[in-house]
Design a protein around this ligand. Structure first.
Ligand SMILES: C[S@@+](CC[C@H](N)C(=O)[O-])C[C@H]1O[C@@H](n2cnc3c(N)ncnc32)[C@H](O)[C@@H]1O
Length: 214
């Protein structure tokens, strides 16, 4: 997603307490930030935010945190959630590589990963958000029985991810190689998903549950 740098994006976000510009001292305090004990669900790489905004509107009793490295997209997510009057969303501009520094053990109860970069070169595979390197980080802050919902247009990434989840002790509870034809009723389309689907690309989707350390 190439967007021109917008100098005003960071100041606009900094002026709104729904954008958390300094997340590294918030570990363990996220329920206080939301002001309630509702479960907290996380989206990694939210892009323009259609998914998180739709989900948060549908589920007012769940708190959502969306992470993306680009202020240029997050500022539009912020505007979207404000237009909808949503108080159950927080946005964090940061590299997902540091996500384990932001959440405490058991703080997150669901993770969504939608159309992350497939990093096809073997030497880059470890940058995939489903790679064991990342799954290990997530296990440090998810509650037992947390589900990771993962979807992608990329066959090779999906196949490899099935192995990554298994290697890291996640149980596969749902899998389809054609989400559109699957009859799965809870799907919310993302911007990338709409684009790929309009080209006739089949969307691969799985749910992987972590039972917790024995
Ligand atoms: C391909 S887009 C998908 C966006 C959205 N999930 C969708 O399905 O429409 C991937 C998004 O992840 C973000 N991203 C990629 N790598 C990231 C990283 N390491 N840390 C934070 N954000 C990242 C990008 O900025 C981009 O907005």
């Amino acid at each position: 997603m190439r967007l021109r740098k917008k100098w005003w994006a960071r100041p606009e976000m900094a002026a709104d307490d729904k954008a958390i510009i300094e997340p590294f001292d918030k570990k363990g305090t996220w329920h206080e930030i939301f002001g309630n004990d509702h479960p907290i669900h996380l989206e990694l790489g939210c892009g323009k935010g259609q998914f998180i905004a739709t989900l948060a509107k549908k589920n007012p009793h769940i708190n959502y945190i969306a992470i993306d490295l680009k202020d240029e997209v997050l500022v539009f997510v912020l505007r979207k959630i404000n237009e909808l009057g949503l108080t159950n969303v927080r946005l964090i501009p940061m590299f997902i590589e540091r996500v384990d520094e932001v959440f405490a053990e058991g703080e997150i109860e669901k993770i969504y990963i939608n159309f992350c970069n497939p990093w096809p070169k073997a030497s880059h595979n470890k940058r995939r958000l489903t790679h064991p390197r990342f799954l290990t980080k997530y296990k440090g802050f998810i509650k037992p029985h947390t589900e990771v919902w993962f979807k992608t247009d990329d066959d090779e990434l999906f196949e490899a991810s099935l192995s990554y989840f298994e290697e890291e002790g996640f149980q596969e509870t749902y899998r389809t190689f054609d989400l559109g034809a699957s009859g799965f009723t809870e799907n919310i389309q993302t911007e990338y998903e709409e684009k790929f689907s309009s080209f006739g690309v089949k969307i691969k989707f799985g749910i992987f549950s972590w039972k917790g350390d024995a």
